[in-house]
Design a protein. Structure first.
Length: 277
């Protein structure tokens, strides 16, 4: 397993962006072990939540071991607290960066598959929103989308006030991210709007996995979202289990996401963590 930490210069953001990469290229294969077929790697673009960074998934879950076992490349960019959307006024085109530039750049840098059926996007909380928004907007790139405890906050966003204990819930902060809140519901910053528009066309719809803990404050939002998507005709796998908005839940669920994705399955070999023995 190769675990890479790098910074890339983004034209969409006009600055360098930290990105972590899991690349299962260094497994040792001994006599009697079947070698892996030489082909580009299936790839998961994995987004962190608010207050987090590009190292969160490595620190909080076993994604590294599970990705190695399944010969899956994982790309984990820094998203700051920007919800992975395009902020035109400040030239922070995070959606463009995640959905197009990062994919193009990493495909040039690493032996990643360029096929839609081999390219996936997932995230937790804010990253779950970002995965849904960008997975739907760039549906020609991503065939599968997973949102864990997704921050499905758009429905009542125009009702937000500044009388809140946490700044990220304030109207002022949300306006700095989404712009005029009265216009967000009918825009490409709303996953429901994107899903509805996509379903009305002739596009191949991405498959979607949603999960939320029974003690999570976002539970009702995720229940509503999965019902909405199913009514539109999307193939949605939805999972609820005891848990809150925490890493115990997300560690369990990212394993379920990998089991749900159309991956190669467990491969023999020995990596730096003796994975696969």
């Amino acid at each position: 397993m190769a675990y890479l930490q790098m910074s890339i210069l983004s034209q969409s953001l006009m600055r360098t962006v930290p990105v972590n990469v899991i690349l299962p290229v260094d497994k040792l294969v001994f006599p009697g072990m079947p070698p892996r077929e030489e082909k580009p790697y299936k790839t998961l673009y994995l987004l962190h939540g608010v207050f987090g960074s590009h190292i969160d998934w490595i620190n909080g879950t076993n994604i590294q071991r599970w990705a190695e076992e399944n010969n899956l490349a994982v790309i984990m960019p820094a998203g700051e607290n920007m919800f992975y959307v395009d902020l035109e006024a400040s030239h922070n085109y995070y959606g463009e960066f995640i959905g197009r530039e990062l994919v193009d750049m990493t495909r040039k840098m690493f032996p990643l598959s360029r096929k839609r059926e081999d390219t996936y996007i997932a995230g937790l909380s804010m990253g779950g929103y970002g995965a849904l928004r960008n997975g739907l907007k760039y549906h020609e790139t991503f065939c599968c989308i997973a949102g864990l405890s997704a921050a499905a906050i758009i429905d009542d966003i125009d009702k937000r006030t500044d009388d809140v204990p946490v700044f990220i819930e304030s109207r002022q902060y949300l306006e700095s991210i989404f712009g005029d809140l009265s216009k967000v519901e009918d825009s490409d910053k709303n996953p429901k709007w994107l899903a509805r528009k996509l379903a009305a066309g002739n596009a191949v719809l991405p498959k979607i996995y949603l999960a939320c803990g029974l003690q999570d404050f976002l539970l009702s939002k995720n229940q509503d979202l999965q019902n909405y998507l199913k009514e539109l005709g999307y193939d949605v796998t939805y999972d609820e289990m005891p848990g809150g908005h925490d890493w115990d839940f997300w560690n369990c669920q990212i394993k379920k996401v990998l089991d749900w994705l159309p991956l190669e399955g467990r491969q023999a070999g020995i990596s730096s963590g003796n994975v696969g023995i």
